[in-house]
Design a protein around this ligand. Structure first.
Ligand SMILES: NC(=O)C1=CN([C@@H]2O[C@H](COP(=O)(O)OP(=O)(O)OC[C@H]3O[C@@H](n4cnc5c(N)ncnc54)[C@H](OP(=O)(O)O)[C@@H]3O)[C@@H](O)[C@H]2O)[C@@H](O)CC1
Ligand SMILES: [K+]
Length: 515
């Protein structure tokens, strides 16, 4: 599995364990890292007039000296610029000694137009904002529109958070080693990396597994085995029954989008639960989706007892206020075994999140009760801040840290939406999504995401996996559809994506869900 993401500390530990296991030493790893970068430079820019390798004082710079040695040995005009010599006795000092090019001070950096920059100033060891001569080099490369190949990370980007410290290079290509780091996927880091190439430098999977990584790049490898497929003896209720709450007569569309998405994601039956005064509007627009009146919390109880739904989505178009809070708390009290016919999973989105802005602890306490159904919440940035104001205000933490802290506090899987959506579970696992597309930023898109998540939950998929799969499928569908996408397109357009996932080996029979 190469979808694990490593923090700087974990990467350092992988390095240490690899060296301890032998026979490769630190300089050996550095030579492989540098060679991987040099190979990319040579194959992508075979006719480059001049390559400028910028070397910092640490091991990132060490990789740079290896790159410079190999490029020069291949006949490429190469200049090395350094921001400081390596520490005597370090691996980087060995690499520098092996490099035949005499380094020049970075303060004199003076690249010609159309040359290539290899940025080996700072990588995993970035410890402060870029300034002085490094910032000048960044500005010069940008001004001259030079191609930049970053070693491990563009200097100035934090590998753990994706944040820019001071300023940073914007690379065309970033070559990183063993596994990607969170900063390659979190914004703005992701935009500054350009294309990312993952190079194998001999840090084996067994070593990575010993670190027990808790952060992943979202993709099928993380959840395909849990993706529900109907068993041969499936009937509709064995495939999970989803309940979707509709808003009033002027706000019914969001629920229908969620309902359709839940049905397309494989739930065998979907019921829209509508206020009495919106029954006619909903009835006029529903065909395979069922419809039932639900005006108060007692109606939920009756529905759960009679129809045995397995998952609900509350929030899209529902409205903000006391009724939403009452419905949410009634649903959270409907888990097993408190009610023998209890439900397995809940998705709270939009208005269900905002309704608790004055008293989030009431929601968290209800979600923390042992019998509460698994809860997934899908806030965008604004909604996240309403529920987790202190976490959102923390300027030091990354989006990953924030999603994790929120998940632990709320005892819920948090889907912290955005162009770099993070899914975090209360147990500390987290995944960063990287296949999103700007086409998804359209009204109703989030309602569809909630519906897919609920559909998967209803079929017995565990909450973290269901949320990750829904985010990925939703993003993949939007990416493939491209221009012209509106939310109504998504439920049907995701069918080819689902077909491919099932063909690729998904997953778990939803008959496990006998109700
Ligand atoms: N781990 C592995 O498996 C492998 C790792 N490899 C490579 O090692 C890299 C990590 O190396 P690293 O730990 O030596 O850190 P690195 O990024 O060179 O920086 C440290 C130095 O920079 C300085 N410094 C930092 N920020 C600064 C700033 N803004 N402005 C000025 N100075 C600043 C910092 O100063 P200090 O914080 O000590 O004051 C320190 O001197 C990694 O990215 C990869 O390329 C490969 O060889 C293959 C195997
Ligand atoms: K770098």
């Amino acid at each position: 599995m190469s979808h694990e993401l490593l923090t700087s500390a974990e990467m350092g530990e992988a390095d240490r364990l690899t060296i301890a296991a032998g026979p490769t030493d630190g300089v050996g790893l550095m030579r492989r890292a540098g060679r991987a970068v040099a190979t990319e430079v040579l194959s992508r820019y075979p006719s480059a007039a001049h390559v400028h390798v910028l070397c910092g004082p640490g091991n990132n710079g060490g990789d740079g000296y290896v790159v410079a040695r190999i490029l020069a040995g291949s006949g490429v005009a190469t200049t090395v610029w350094t921001s400081g010599p390596p520490r005597p006795g370090s691996d980087a000092a060995v690499a520098a000694a092996e490099c035949p090019i005499k380094p020049r001070p970075l303060s004199d950096f003076d690249p010609g137009p159309r040359s290539i920059v290899v940025d080996a100033l700072y990588g995993a060891g970035l410890s402060k904002p870029l300034s002085g001569e490094a910032a000048r080099a960044v500005n010069l490369a940008a001004k001259l529109h030079l191609r930049v190949v970053a070693v491990d990370l563009p200097s100035g980007i934090s590998g753990d958070s994706g944040k820019v410290l001071g300023t940073s290079f914007s690379a065309d290509l970033t070559v990183t080693f063993a596994r990607k780091k969170p900063g390659h996927l979190l914004l703005p880091g992701r935009e500054r990396c350009g294309e990312i190439v993952l190079a194998d430098i001999g840090i084996v999977a067994e070593i990575i597994a010993r670190l027990q990584p808790r952060t992943f790049e979202n993709g099928p490898a993380l959840w395909l085995r849990d993706l529900p497929v109907p068993a041969i003896d499936a009937h509709k209720y064995k495939r999970g029954h989803v309940g979707v709450f509709s808003g009033g007569p002027n706000a019914t569309g969001a629920a229908r989008l969620s309902a359709l998405a839940a049905a397309r994601s494989g739930a065998g039956a979907v019921t829209v639960l509508s206020p009495g005064n919106a029954m006619q509007v909903n009835a006029a627009h529903l065909t395979s989706i069922m419809l039932r009146k639900a005006d108060e919390a007692a109606d939920i109880e009756a529905f759960v007892g009679e129809r045995r739904p397995s998952a609900f989505v509350l929030g899209p178009g529902f409205g903000i206020g006391e009724k939403t809070r009452a419905f949410a708390l009634a649903l959270l009290a409907s888990g097993k075994p408190a009610a023998s016919t209890g439900i397995d999973g809940l998705v709270f989105d939009a208005d269900a999140i905002t309704s608790f802005r004055e008293a989030p602890d009431v929601l968290f306490e209800a979600a923390r009760r042992p019998d509460a159904p698994a809860l997934v919440m899908t806030p965008h940035e604004g909604e996240f801040a309403r529920l987790f104001a202190d976490i959102a205000d923390d300027n030091v933490s990354s989006k990953l840290d924030k999603a994790r802290a929120a998940a632990a506090r709320a005892n819920a899987v948090i889907v912290y939406k955005g162009a770099d959506t993070v899914v975090a579970a209360p147990d500390g696992r987290a995944a960063i999504n990287s296949n999103g597309a700007a086409w998804l930023a359209t009204a109703g898109s989030g309602d569809v995401l909630s519906g897919i998540t609920t559909g998967l939950l209803a079929q017995g998929m565990p909450a973290f996996e269901a949320a990750c799969a829904a985010v990925w499928i939703h993003a993949e569908t939007g990416r493939r559809f491209g221009p012209g996408l509106i939310a109504e397109d998504l439920p049907l357009a995701m069918v080819p994506v689902l077909r491919e996932l099932v063909a690729a080996g998904g997953g778990r029979c939803s008959t496990a869900l006998e109700r």
